[in-house]
Design a protein around this ligand. Structure first.
Ligand code: MD3
Ligand code: FE
Length: 194
């Protein structure tokens, strides 16, 4: 796991925020549902790129269209592809970018990202807006964990064994950024799903 503190400066964060705002106009945030419990996630989601991650009563999966509108996901912004190439050097581009939106009460429980077919590819995570307390564990559930603050503009790269680490978001720290309106936190994860 590599953490790039303030990888995006203020101008880059604003430019990315504006591109995400445009994507969300075409592909609005949807309300994912946990298949086992049928409970809503507190996080709302959308995607860009050829594939998008969705969760509903029938399970977790990647699909090419928005679950509510039936439309294809908007293309991935070129600046995200450039960031992926620059930080990972991976020979293939990401085919999915999950957009997570956290309001001040949202969180994400500990989980592994295992719905992708390509585990050799890294995952790149970009934080925008309010800071959060991020939690990272080991590759098995129930081991020791570490908390880490993620601020707007921070970028994380998970490759190799770190790709299978348990991770989650304990809480959002409201009022720590003015980047987003409405306030909250956006996390983008670039992945290779297939
Ligand atoms: C470690 N998102 O979308 S980003 C997710 O802040 C997700 O929204 C969190 O977990 C968020 O799946 C955490 C950091 C992150 C993302 C993907 C990972 C850490 C990861 C995949 C493997 C290992
Ligand atoms: Fe995850």
């Amino acid at each position: 796991m590599r953490l790039y503190k303030s990888a995006l400066d203020q101008a880059a964060q604003e430019a990315l925020r504006d591109e995400i705002r445009e994507i969300l106009r075409i592909a609005p945030l949807f309300q994912p549902v946990m298949p086992r419990t049928r409970k809503n996630f507190s996080v709302r989601m959308s995607n860009c790129g050829p594939l998008g991650w969705v969760s509903d009563v029938s399970g977790y999966r990647y699909q090419p269209d928005h679950p509510d509108t039936g439309q294809p996901w908007p293309p991935m912004p070129e600046r995200l592809l450039a960031l992926w190439r620059d930080l990972t050097g991976y020979p293939r581009d990401p085919d999915a970018c999950l957009i997570n939106y956290y309001d001040c009460n949202a969180r994400m429980g500990a989980h592994q990202d295992v719905d992708e077919q390509d585990f050799d590819a890294p995952i790149v995570s970009i934080s925008l807006g309010d800071a959060c307390r991020f939690r990272i564990g080991g590759v098995a559930r129930g081991g020791s964990t570490q908390a880490l603050a993620l601020d707007s503009g921070d970028v994380l790269v998970f490759g190799g064994p770190a790709r299978k680490m348990f991770h989650g978001v304990d809480k959002i720290l409201p009022g720590t950024s003015t980047l987003l309106d409405p306030p909250g936190r956006i996390n983008l994860t670039l992945r290779r799903a297939r």
